[in-house]
Every structure is written in C-alpha cells, then in structure tokens.
Write a protein that binds this ligand. Structure first.
Ligand SMILES: C[S@@+](CC[C@H](N)C(=O)[O-])C[C@H]1O[C@@H](n2cnc3c(N)ncnc32)[C@H](O)[C@@H]1O
Length: 268
C-alpha cells in the first residue's frame, strides 16, 4: 500500500496546515523533545516532515529515521530537510504495522498526530515497541477535539467540530484520543508513563496564536471536511456556513479559543 485514506487527505492545503500547526506549536509541544547525542530516534508517521524539521534542528547530534506509509509525503519531507541542509535525518517508506526494521533498533520513538487516524492504536504501540530498545522511550503527541471551547460560544460551531469527530470515527480513527493516551500506553505495557496536557490559549493579545492556531490550524482543519460532512448528510450547508462563521468569530478582538494537546512519554 502506498498510502492510506485518512480524513485530512494529502492535498497541498493540508501540507500547509501541517506546517503552520508545527511552527505555531513548536515551543508548547517541543521545548522538551530533546534526545541525548548519538542516539537513534524513529519518527513514525512523519508526513511531510513538519515535525521532522523541529526534531532535527533541536537534536543535531541524534540520528533520526522518519517513516511514513505515503511515498509522496516522504518525498516532500526529504525535500524540506535537504533545503535546510540537515544531515541527521534519513527517510524510510513503510507501514508502522509491519516495520521493515530489526527488533530493538531504536533508542527512542516519536509519534505525533498519527494514532488518532488508526483503527487500532494499541496494536500500533505494540508494533513500535518491538523496534524500541528495552529502557528506551516512546513519545506520543495527540490532540483531542473535545477539548475545544471558545468565546463567543456557538452551537453551530460545535456542530461543525462534531462532524469532524464523527467522520474520523467512520474511518476508524478517534479525534478524542488525547485523553486516552495514558490508558493506551498502559495497555501496551509501557512503564513510567507520564502525560502532560498542553493547552493552547488564543486571544487578541496573542496574535500569532490566533493566526497560526485558531485560523490556520484548527479552523482550516474543520473547513477541510466540509464536502465530506455535507455529502454524509451530517449537516446542512447553511448550518455548516454558520458554524464556520462562528469559529472565525472567535478570532475577533473580543474572541477566545482554547484547545488542549496531550504529550505522553512511556518507557519500554
Ligand atoms: C496527520 S499526519 C501527521 C504527520 C506528522 N507527524 C505531523 O505531525 O505533521 C499523519 C501521518 O501518518 C501517516 N500514517 C498513517 N498510517 C500509517 C501507517 N500505518 N504507517 C506509517 N505511516 C502512517 C500518514 O500517511 C500521515 O502522513
């Protein structure tokens, strides 16, 4: 399989959204994504390399192997790493459920915004565990769309978010997975699990957050499933437009948007 059907797709708009998301959230999510020099890190589900760039920059002496099931995404990721000239990343085309890697080959594993798309995230954690050295760490970062709340409040806006949650569930994914990271890592028998919630807060006094997160990351993600939501008859077009308008309303000078990501670390 060269790639899979996942809810956000592989369009150039989605590529830009992933880049905006990674850049806006770098400090919040990655200020502590630091690995010791000379260790080997597997990034599973690297996509277009939005997180790869951050990992490579912050861990210049770490050997990073970034893997994805989409060869097109890997091509884009490789081009952006080449463009900045980082030499500590190599790429691998493959499926994390059947990893073309020998057992215990990595000191650390990093997975960001991938489990939410998988029908069997526990199995993914089991598969990843086999290529992790005993004593090595697994880091997982996921969102949870149930954590989105905002001012002014709007039932219509909540309904558009619910459409994405329901569509993702229909493809076997789970847009509410952030709150389940602790039980998931526990069920895959990782040890010393620690989950830290990372809250995004955006009001007019944080214009970069309003632009980079509320508009370019969250609203763009919801807008991206318009056609799917309407054709699945989850919502009527007028209701959809009202909801999107209200989501954008939260960017105005009296608006507020909150969302929580979850970062989990466990040891094999
Ligand atoms: C939402 S993207 C996230 C990409 C990147 N981690 C980021 O945060 O920007 C999810 C990625 O997981 C990849 N993926 C999904 N299932 C996979 C699998 N079974 N094996 C490897 N990659 C997979 C998809 O191709 C996609 O590139």
């Amino acid at each position: 399989m060269d790639s899979l059907q996942y809810i956000h797709g592989y369009s150039s708009t989605e590529f830009r959204r992933l880049q905006d998301q990674a850049q806006t959230l770098t400090t919040l999510l990655h200020h502590d994504t630091l690995y010791p020099p000379q260790t080997r890190v597997l990034e599973a589900g690297c996509g277009i390399g939005a997180q790869t760039l951050i990992l490579a920059k912050n861990n210049p002496q770490t050997q990073i192997v970034s893997l994805d099931i989409s060869s097109e995404s890997i091509k884009t990721a490789r081009a952006s790493i080449d463009e900045v000239g980082y030499s500590n990343v190599s790429f691998l085309h493959g499926d994390l459920f059947s990893l073309p890697i020998k057992d215990e080959a990595f000191d650390h594993i990093f997975v960001c915004f991938v489990l939410e798309h998988l029908p069997n995230p526990k199995k993914a954690l089991d598969c990843l565990k086999s290529v992790l050295k005993t004593g090595g760490s697994l880091t997982v970062i996921e969102g949870d769309h149930g954590s989105a709340y905002f001012h002014p409040d709007s039932q219509a806006a909540k309904k558009t978010i619910q459409c994405l949650i329901d569509l993702q569930a229909q493809t076997g994914g789970n847009a509410l997975i952030g709150r389940q990271l602790y039980p998931l890592l526990s069920s895959a028998r990782y040890r010393n699990i620690h989950v830290s919630p990372r809250m995004v807060y955006a009001d007019a006094s944080f214009p970069k957050m309003v632009e980079g997160f509320t508009k370019n990351t969250f609203n763009a993600m919801i807008e991206g499933v318009k056609e799917q939501a309407i054709s699945a008859k989850m919502i009527k077009e007028k209701e959809w437009e009202d909801g999107i308008r209200d989501l954008y309303r939260t960017r105005e000078k009296d608006g507020v948007f909150c969302y929580t990501f979850f970062k989990a670390i466990g040891i094999k």
